[in-house]
Each structure stands twice: as structure tokens, then as C-alpha cells.
Write a protein of this length. Structure first.
Length: 491
């Protein structure tokens, strides 16, 4: 299916088993072509509350077994795979990422649902002996996992269908009901995912209200999630500012917060520089740099800085910019004017403070309204904006360091702590980095942006709290109960 065959997509919301619209709607625009792709409802708070009420009722009435939940998620994965090209074209149309990346995202969405399906069958407890404590008989006690209830899932624009699957899949696997809220810029592919889930839910006989999705103002929907007692958990991926607001106002709700990053990748002299440069460019330019764990700072041993910068320039010269629906395109448009302009401002301020443009530096104009050319910067110091702020665009700042101790210190010189990368062939150096870099993940001989969908993923400091990754998210969306059998009477 081509983008032209899609036509205009006017999607609705799903509440209590019914798809419905609203009088007020908002357009979804193509970031590269600047055309209207479709529209979604802008719902009022009462509709969100209705979705939460429906979800709470569904949890109470659901009799789905672990195998039923496995079937639901497996069937939804089948539906996603059967619509792969259509869904990929939707992702590219609303988010601007190259079609090859969009196809990979949809494929990973199906894999995430399948991994979640398997996890539904693995909600194990354990035997807990009582007699290790002095004077206690050998009573039989065990633990069991139970769902929390209603899980609210709030997702960002940059991986609009995959990140929703990362929240909804584990939540359903654990036996919860869900209410999803996709990003306003990119709601269409998320709603399409819920179409697949809704069909699968009907097929396995799930109660209405188990799966819901609403669209509208982030503050309206978010406040409803915070205020409703039936919402037991909120899983949010987005900005640190919004994440802190949720943390400060969530009371006793369980939170998973996947927030911003300023992720370092260290390149040391004992590695293949051309190979490392290719990975750094890929890690910095994927999705036009709009990835929270993308390569945002490159820390290089000063004796190889010039050589590595030259390798980066060679690698980035092969990156193509253009229409994201063209399979030959590596970088399309950024999602909206705000993201584009913030990248422009950060780049310009960094150059004004003395950084050197080794490659790129063009944006807008003939390239496209929201297109930023992949850019390599040298002579970057730790105080410059490209080093201190989250770089959410295809800008690669190279920062020289005097020794490995300085590299680790600079890697930690940030309020964030999401992921880090290190290229080295020295096992002792790798172990030092693994132990001392203050981040949720340290990746040896690859970039900070490395992620598989089953691994534990989540940062420290202002990068968030909790972990995604199917097993870890499913555990977070459930609670552990101790059941004890003690000696009774014979009466």
C-alpha cells in the first residue's frame, strides 16, 4: 500500500467497546508534505472519566484466563502483521520518519505484542518457607501475582505505535484494563493499534471496556488520569517536565516514567574508528535524532579527535535526506515546528559559542520546512548548549577528553541518566564504565541508542523511574500477594 492509497484517515476513540467521535476534532498533518493526513476527536474530561469507569468495570467482570490473554495479544499481533505496510505508511505520514524505519517500528510492535502474550503465561509466584525464623513452624506459604486494575498509557510522538504496544501489551498480559492516550501529533497509528486490539478482544470474548483509547488535550486527559481513583498505574513516555508533574501529583499510583536524555557515547583509541563512526551516525540520525536515547554527546580521546571527526564526516555523507516515503531516504522531516525550531536554536547557539561545523548545518529552505540536515560539530566544550541540553535532532557534537577518567566524569556531567555507549577493546576499561556511568543502561561496543523490546529499559536521575521491557513492565503492572496456610484445628 502506498501513501496515496491511504486516503484521509478520520479516526475515532474507543470507550466501553464503542467507537465514537466528538464535535471538536483536530487535524493531523504530514510533517514533510504539510498536508492534512486525517483527524481525531478532542474529547472533554467527562469522556475520559467514562473510559476509566468502563475500564474499572471491565476489570471487575473479566474472567479471562492467562491463556485467553495470550490469545488476545497473539491475535492482535497477527492483525498488526497483516496491516504492516498500511500501518507503516500511517506512521511515516503523521510522524515524518523514513518508511524503512516505520516498517521496522510496526514489525517491532507485533513482536512486542507476541512477547507480551508469552509473558501472560508466566505470572509465577514462589513458595515461601516460614520456619527460617526461630520458633516458627514449617507452614506452607506462597506468593501470587494479581493485576492492579486500570493502567493509563500516555505515549509520545516519536514511536507512536511501538511505544503504545510497550505499555498496553504488558498491562493486558498482567490482567489489567487499559486506557491509552497517544500524542496529539501522531495519534492515527496508535488508534490503528487499538483497532487490532479491539478485534482481538472481541474474538476471545473480553468484556467491553477492557481496552480503551482517547484523544485530546494532554492536560485534560492527564488530569483525569491523576484524579480518578480507579487508575492504579500510569505509564508515561515524554518530557521530563510533564513526568515531574505526574510524579508530584500521582499520590499512591504506580508510575513508570520514561523521560528525557542527554546520552553520551565514548569512543576510545583502541577501537575501529570507521566502524564506530558508522554506528554513531546511525544512533544520532535515526528518526531525525528524535529519540530519547539517541547519541547526543560523543566523548572522544583527544589524540584521536581529528581522525574520528573525519570518519564521522565520511559516514554522515552517505546519509540521504528527502521524502520519507522514499525507501532510499534516511532522514525525513521533524515532527512539528517546535521540535524543528528548538534544534535550530540549539545548533545556532552552539556555533555562536565556538563550535565548528564539520559537515551539514543546513536546515529548512530547499531541504523542506522541517528538515534538518545531519550535522557534525567539533570543538564542542562541555558548557555549550549541544553538550548540556537534550539534542532532539540529527546533530552530533564531538567533545574531546584528556583521559578515560575525564570521559566518565563528563558522561555523568548531566541531569539525565538514560543510556550510555562505549567503544573499546579493553575489558577493564569497559568494566570501569559499566560500574561508574550513572545511567540505566551502559552498552559496550555499541551506541547509547541500543534497545531490544524485551530488555529492561529505563533511566536514572531526571531520565525517569521504573523499567519498560516486557517482563519488567508486566511485573510493575501487577502486585504480589502472600497466601499462608497455617495449622488449624480438627474441630
Amino acid at each position: 500500500m502506498s501513501v496515496d492509497q491511504l486516503g484521509r484517515l478520520d479516526k475515532d476513540i474507543l470507550v466501553d467497546g464503542e467507537w465514537s467521535g466528538a464535535e471538536d476534532r483536530t487535524d493531523v498533518r504530514h510533517p514533510y508534505r504539510n498536508t492534512v493526513v486525517g483527524s481525531v476527536p478532542v474529547v472533554e474530561k467527562a469522556r475520559v472519566v467514562g473510559a476509566i469507569d468502563a475500564a474499572a468495570a471491565a476489570v471487575e467482570t473479566s474472567t479471562l484466563s492467562a491463556y485467553d490473554r495470550y490469545e488476545l495479544l497473539s491475535t492482535a499481533a497477527d492483525r498488526v502483521e497483516s496491516r504492516l505496510e498500511e500501518l507503516a505508511q500511517i506512521v511515516t505520514s503523521e510522524e515524518g520518519k523514513p518508511i524503512t524505519e516505520a516498517r521496522n517500528e510496526v514489525d517491532r510492535t507485533a513482536q512486542t505484542l507476541r512477547l507480551s502474550a508469552e509473558e501472560a503465561k508466566r505470572q509465577f509466584g514462589e513458595f515461601v518457607p516460614m520456619d527460617p525464623q526461630k520458633g516458627t513452624p514449617r507452614d506452607h506459604c506462597f506468593t501470587q501475582r494479581e493485576p492492579l486494575g486500570v493502567v493509563a498509557a500516555i505515549t509520545p510522538f516519536n514511536f507512536p505505535i511501538m511505544l503504545m504496544a510497550h505499555k498496553v501489551g504488558p498491562a493486558l498480559a498482567a490482567g489489567n484494563a487499559v486506557v491509552g492516550k497517544p500524542a496529539t501529533d501522531t495519534p492515527l497509528s496508535s488508534i490503528a493499534l487499538f483497532e487490532c486490539l479491539d478485534e482481538a478482544a472481541e474474538e476471545v470474548g473480553a468484556p467491553d471496556g477492557l481496552i480503551n483509547v482517547v484523544t485530546g488535550s494532554g492536560s485534560t486527559v492527564g488530569d483525569a488520569f491523576l484524579e480518578h481513583d480507579a487508575v492504579e498505574a500510569i505509564s508515561f513516555t515524554g518530557s521530563t517536565a510533564v513526568g515531574k508533574h505526574l510524579a508530584n501529583n500521582s499520590g499512591m499510583k504506580e508510575l513508570t516514567l520514561e523521560l528525557g536524555g542527554n546520552d553520551p557515547t565514548i569512543v576510545w583509541h583502541d577501537t575501529d574508528l570507521e566502524w564506530a563512526a558508522e554506528q554513531v551516525v546511525g544512533g544520532a540520525c535515526s528518526n531525525a535524532g528524535q529519540v530519547c536515547n539517541s547519541v547526543e554527546r560523543v566523548l572522544v580521546a583527544e589524540e584521536i579527535e581529528a581522525e574520528f571527526v573525519a570518519a564521522l564526516v565520511d559516514a554522515v555523507a552517505d546519509v540521504s535526506v528527502g521524502d520519507p516515503h522514499d525507501a532510499a531516504t534516511d532522514i525525513g522531516a521533524m515532527v512539528n515546528d517546535d521540535e524543528f525550531e528548538s534544534t535550530v536554536d540549539l545548533f545556532e547557539e552552539t556555533v555562536e559559542q565556538g563550535a565548528t561545523v564539520e559537515y551539514g548545518g543546513r536546515y529548512g529552505g530547499d531541504l523542506g520546512d522541517r528538515v534538518f540536515e545531519p550535522t557534525v560539530l567539533s570543538d564542542v566544550t562541555p558548557e555549550m548548549p549541544a553538550a548540556t541540553q537534550e539534542v532532539f535532532g540529527p546533530v552530533i557534537p564531538v567533545i574531546p577528553v584528556t583521559d578515560f577518567e575525564a570521559a566518565i566524569e563528563e558522561a555523568n556531567n548531566t541531569e539525565y541518566g538514560l543510556e550510555a555507549g562505549l567503544f573499546t577493546q579493553d575489558i577493564d576499561r569497559a568494566k570501569r564504565a559499566a560500574d561508574r556511568i550513572d545511567a540505566g543502561g551502559v552498552n559496550i561496543n555499541t551506541v547509547s541508542g541500543y534497545r531490544t523490546d524485551h530488555m529492561p529499559y529505563g533511566g536514572f536521575k531526571d531520565s525517569g523511574m521504573g523499567k519498560e521491557g516486557i517482563k519488567y513492565a508486566t511485573e510493575h503492572f501487577s502486585r504480589e500477594k502472600l497466601v499462608g496456610f497455617h495449622e488449624g484445628t480438627n474441630a
